[in-house]
Design a protein around this ligand. Structure first.
Ligand SMILES: [Zn+2]
Length: 382
């Protein structure tokens, strides 16, 4: 990946160019920041720059043999570790990233800003949970101990280092006593998920949200939207380019109607409707439900802001969502919204602990019913 093909993030790119020029690249870098800020593209860009044999003005030339391999993600001295699932023919404990390299290459070539749900969808495994296991960490240690193929840097990219858990300890020695010219780039959303021992040994680079204007330019180039929609979408994306892509293709916009529908079903509490709803959600897969709940949390937070400031204009919601907000505001007051928001917040933690999605949705439906029916309210199932 070349820096010029990465949207925005000019400061981080300039910083990477500087440390490469001054030969001050630390052995371990942790790229941290929210989803869709472009951490993986930046890591790929840095790896390409490091490998380029004909750097020009701090930039990778894009044409030397190293650049060409790096751009195609087939450079033998750029290694990838990422969360995986069990391979059909293997037991999970023995499955590592190298079993999924082919799929990984097509994934990052098409959607380097994708998140773990996109990755699972790419593998056709939306109902599974991926992780980084012991075998992976052992493999990384062993692999980085070997000589380079092309005599330059050895770069190891670890995507979703959040999922290393205590296995991260296995990488400590590697980071403390690195083999020469080894650069490890860890990527994580939430640095608190990493062991302190690991964190303290990395140079932390916080990747900020993209600027609205960078996102705007990206939307303008990629989607045939009206200038007004482009502006709205850029604003709505909150610096998350993945979100801009998804919204640009409009696939997330139905969530708000679905959410309203769920509130209606929960209020009416008809067992047949509830069953139908939960069956439908379960069929979409675990990751869909996680996304839906995440969306719900975002929605209710914006909704609360809207209630508090009594105007919808500044909210990061689409026109369609704003119309759902208007319908909702007649039936749910602030305190109920806060209760529902809290319920979504707790449920997000529970679903990440691998609780059965059916049980969770059933529990939430009953809770929402309690919240909506507490005291007098005017909720009318329409
Ligand atoms: Zn080059």
């Amino acid at each position: 990946m070349l820096f010029k093909n990465i949207v925005g993030q000019s400061e981080t790119k300039a910083y990477f160019s500087k440390i490469v020029r001054e030969a001050k690249v630390p052995h371990a870098i942790l790229l941290t920041g929210g989803e869709g800020y472009g951490k993986l593209p930046l890591a790929l860009g840095l790896a390409t720059l490091l490998q380029c044999t004909d750097r020009q003005d701090d930039r990778a030339c894009g044409e030397c043999s190293s650049c060409r391999k790096a751009i195609q993600n087939i450079h033998p001295d750029i290694h990838y570790a990422f969360p995986v699932i069990k391979l059909d023919k293997k037991v999970r404990a023995e499955t590592t990233s190298k079993d999924f390299l082919k799929q990984w290459r097509t994934f990052i070539a098409n959607n380097a800003v994708g998140n773990i749900s996109d990755w699972l969808a790419h593998l056709g495994a939306t109902d599974k949970q991926a992780n980084i296991n012991v075998a992976e960490c052992n493999y990384i240690s062993k692999n980085l101990g070997l000589k380079t193929y092309e005599g330059g840097f050895k770069v190891q990219i670890i995507w979703y280092a959040d999922l290393l858990g205590k296995e991260g300890n296995r990488l400590l020695k590697l980071i403390e006593e690195p083999t020469p010219d080894t650069i490890i780039i860890l990527i994580c959303h939430n640095r608190n998920a990493l062991l302190n021992t690991l964190l303290s040994r990395c140079q932390i680079v916080s990747v900020p949200p993209l600027e609205d204007e960078d996102i705007h330019a990206f939307i303008k180039e990629n989607f045939g939207l009206s200038p007004q929609d482009q502006k709205e979408l850029a604003f709505l994306s909150s610096g998350n380019i993945r979100k801009a892509s998804v919204l640009g293709q409009q696939s997330e916009l139905n969530y708000s109607e679905e959410l309203l529908n769920w509130l209606r079903i929960s209020y009416k509490s008809d067992p047949e409707d509830i069953k139908q709803f939960i069956d439908f959600m379960s069929k979409q897969g675990r990751q869909y439900i996680v996304n839906f709940l995440e969306y719900g949390l975002h929605f209710f937070r914006e909704y609360l802001l809207g209630i508090n400031i009594s105007q919808l204009e500044p909210l990061r919601l689409t026109q369609a969502e704003k119309s759902v907000v208007k319908k909702m505001s007649k039936i749910i007051d602030q305190s109920k919204t806060m209760d529902i928001e809290q319920l979504f917040s707790i449920s997000m933690v529970e679903i990440n602990r691998n609780l059965s999605t059916k049980i969770l949705l059933m529990h939430m439906t009953m809770k929402i019913n309690n919240i909506l029916r507490s005291e007098v309210n005017n909720f009318v199932a329409q």
